[in-house]
Design a protein around this ligand. Structure first.
Ligand code: MAN
Length: 524
């Protein structure tokens, strides 16, 4: 260190001279590259202590082009330290701090050219000119802010009014709900009462209906039994009261795989896996298996229309034929539901509700109960509608529409922006979408999430998250930077990273003149 120090002794001498030159030129004496605010930390009459407090060196080591401090604070005016900071005063414009690595690198970083002092004349001082432009721009911004603030005040007023209206509507709806619930309860009571009466008067009809149904079922059962018994008798060739595999094997309809013969296995299938069956087992287990095949054999395994069709009487197809050991009654009596249950369902669905005829007094009671049911459904719907309105108003009231509600009236408004490839659409507090100009479906770039501005201004940016998934990546997200402007307008849309979008939006709602618009710039 001592060795190097001597090498730099000569330079130090030169720099101390130049220090005094600087001192002579400015109001507050300070080494090169030091700002006014830090000047007091560099006193030529005292040793210098690095800002991080680790080392204290003679003042002559400051800016001696040798880095003594870890934090670079001893070399604010040379590029000796990697982490030093050079301050340019830029009189006439905004002062600036640049990394000391840019000092004397041949590039003019400061408008006053002080960062390039090694070769005099490298940089022109352009601060006056730039300062003028900046001041004109600042003036323009100030005017914009002033005009925008006026509009913003109106937006605040409208926003507050809208919120008050919403709050009023909410309280009205809550009253309506109480009322609607009362009506619903009344309707429920009326319905119960009238349905009890209806039940009473319909009892006699229901019982008759039940009896009729039972009768029909019994008839059906008897019919099936008769049908099955008839076939059992026919198939039981030796009339021994048992139907065997051998007897079934003589029936061609049992040739399930259509290979020209009825195998033992096939025959057994129709005997419900028994070797032989008596009449009872035949009726309960075999007949349900046989019946569909008999139908198939006779070409009846089709749509219901075929069976019902007048000019397609099944009996014509089978009359007198051998395969028809099966007589026409076999077919006529086959219930389509036994063949294809899905068709049965279908028929049931298509069937119109039976219209029961009641005596006038009963009909009157039924009508009154129906009307009570209808009115209850209506009352329930009203309660649901009110509930849904309440929910949506509450959601809106909970939304953060800016520090003074200035964004309230923007809720739901949509703005579009086109570039070469896409049309972007931002619907405030809702979502952002992207549509390719070459067609294809709309891509969601994010749904309203939260205010996410940085630098102490939360309301400077809106975040729309959880958009459509990016191929092989995360879901799309969009940041909307909100800037002051006299109209609501998207100025640009970019995609700085794949599937991360940035929208620059201008709106009078962002023209808040109570907020500092620029970083303060002393030393102008
Ligand atoms: C689409 C668009 C682009 C996006 C790619 C990612 O083409 O949404 O913005 O970068 O998908 O695959």
């Amino acid at each position: 260190m001592v060795y190097f120090r001597w090498i730099y002794k000569f330079y130090s001498f030169i720099l101390v001279i130049s220090y005094s030159v600087i001192c002579a030129q400015s109001d507050v004496p300070r080494p090169r590259g030091v700002s006014l605010s830090k000047a007091s930390l560099y006193s030529p009459t005292k040793d210098f202590t690095c800002f991080d407090g680790t080392v204290t060196i003679p003042f002559s080591y400051v800016n001696d082009d040798y880095c003594d401090c870890f934090d670079g604070s001893d070399e604010p005016g040379t590029s000796a330290c990697l982490n030093g900071v050079f301050h340019c005063t830029n009189a006439g414009h905004r002062s600036q701090n640049i990394p000391t690595s840019r000092v004397n690198d041949g590039i003019c970083d400061c408008c006053d050219g002080t960062d390039e002092y090694a070769v005099p004349g490298t940089c022109q001082n352009t601060c006056e000119e730039l300062g003028k432009e900046a001041r004109a721009e600042a003036e323009r911004m100030a005017e914009l802010l002033k005009a925008g603030s006026q509009i913003r005040m109106e937006l605040i007023e409208k926003g507050n009014k809208k919120r008050n209206d919403m709050a009023e509507e909410l309280s009205q709806l809550e009253n309506d709900k109480t009322e609607a619930e009362k009506i619903k309860e009344e309707k429920e009571a009326i319905k119960s009462e009238l349905e009890a009466k209806e039940n009473e008067v319909l009892k006699v009809y229901r019982e008759a209906e039940e009896r009729e149904k039972q009768k029909k079922n019994e008839e059906e059962d008897n019919k099936t039994k008769a049908e099955a018994t008839e076939h059992f008798t026919r198939f039981d060739s030796d009339s021994d009261g048992h139907l065997t595999i051998a007897e079934i094997q003589t029936r061609s309809f049992c040739d399930k795989d259509k290979d020209g013969e009825v195998s033992e296995e096939e025959a057994k299938y129709f005997l419900a896996e028994h070797d032989s069956v008596d009449l009872d087992t035949f009726i309960t287990q075999s007949w349900p298996l046989i019946k569909p095949f008999l139908m198939l054999e006779h070409g009846l395994f089709r749509g219901p229309k075929v069976v019902e069709s007048d000019d397609h009487e099944p009996e014509h197809e089978i009359e007198g034929e051998e395969a028809g050991d099966m007589e026409h009654e076999d077919i006529e009596d086959v219930d389509q539901a036994d063949i294809d249950p899905s068709q049965d369902d279908h028929e049931e669905e298509a069937e119109p509700e039976p219209t029961q005829q009641y005596d006038p007094e009963t009909q009157q009671v039924v009508n009154e109960a129906s009307e009570a049911r209808r009115q209850l459904v209506e009352a329930e719907r009203t309660v649901r509608e009110i509930d849904s309105n309440i929910r949506s108003i509450k959601q809106n009231l909970e939304k953060d529409y800016g520090p003074q509600q200035e964004y309230t009236t923007l809720d739901g408004q949509c703005f579009e922006h086109e570039d070469k490839e896409y049309v972007y659409r931002l619907c405030m507090f809702d979502k952002v979408t992207q549509r390719s100009k070459n067609g294809g479906s709309e891509v969601g770039l994010g749904n309203w999430g939260e205010w996410a501005g940085s630098d102490g201004n939360q309301y400077a940016a809106m975040k729309y998250t959880n958009g459509m998934g990016c191929w092989n990546g995360p879901n799309r997200v969009t940041t909307v930077n909100v800037n002051c402007g006299l109209e609501n307008k998207i100025n640009s849309v970019t995609e700085p990273f794949r599937c991360e979008y940035k929208i620059e939006l201008s709106t009078p709602a962002a023209c808040d003149d109570s907020r500092p618009q620029h970083a303060s710039h002393d030393e102008l």
